[in-house]
Design a protein around this ligand. Structure first.
Ligand code: FES
Length: 132
């Protein structure tokens, strides 16, 4: 059985051509998370700006994932979902939103989406803690 038979088209699309990959210099928040069971690691960088209504938004986002196809696809789709969005809105995203966007995620790979959500929350917390 090939990977393309296991994963949805969306997972394969984001895995093969991930968006917003890379290191961000001068980031405002960084989330560094890992899964001790499988060993996958994700770093998520955010740059925060203020929109015309005075609301804090995620102006830019980058990620580096050393992990499985689903972890990479989740990281990529998350960055697309949060880029340009208000921080408050990004904080309301859930693992279910990612899975819905990616389509058919195999049950054994559901845990992979926790990595992206945890990294986002940690990056926002990092940003908030630096402001204090
Ligand atoms: Fe570890 Fe996917 S197998 S995050």
């Amino acid at each position: 059985m090939k990977q393309k038979d296991i994963y949805s088209k969306e997972i394969m699309k984001y895995f093969l051509k991930p968006k917003n990959v890379g290191v961000m210099k001068n980031y405002d928040g960084l989330g560094k998370v890992g899964n001790p069971v499988c060993g996958d690691v994700l770093w998520l960088y955010i740059k925060v700006g203020v929109d015309k209504n005075g609301e804090k938004t995620i102006k830019d986002v980058k990620f580096q994932t050393l992990g499985c196809a689903v972890a990479i696809a989740n990281s990529s789709v998350l960055t697309e979902m949060i880029k340009g969005k208000p921080l408050k809105q990004a904080m309301k995203l859930t693992q279910k939103d990612l899975i819905k966007k990616l389509g058919n995620v195999p049950p054994l790979k559901i845990h992979c989406s926790f990595l992206a959500m945890d990294a986002l929350k940690e990056a926002i917390n990092d940003y908030e803690s630096k402001k204090k």
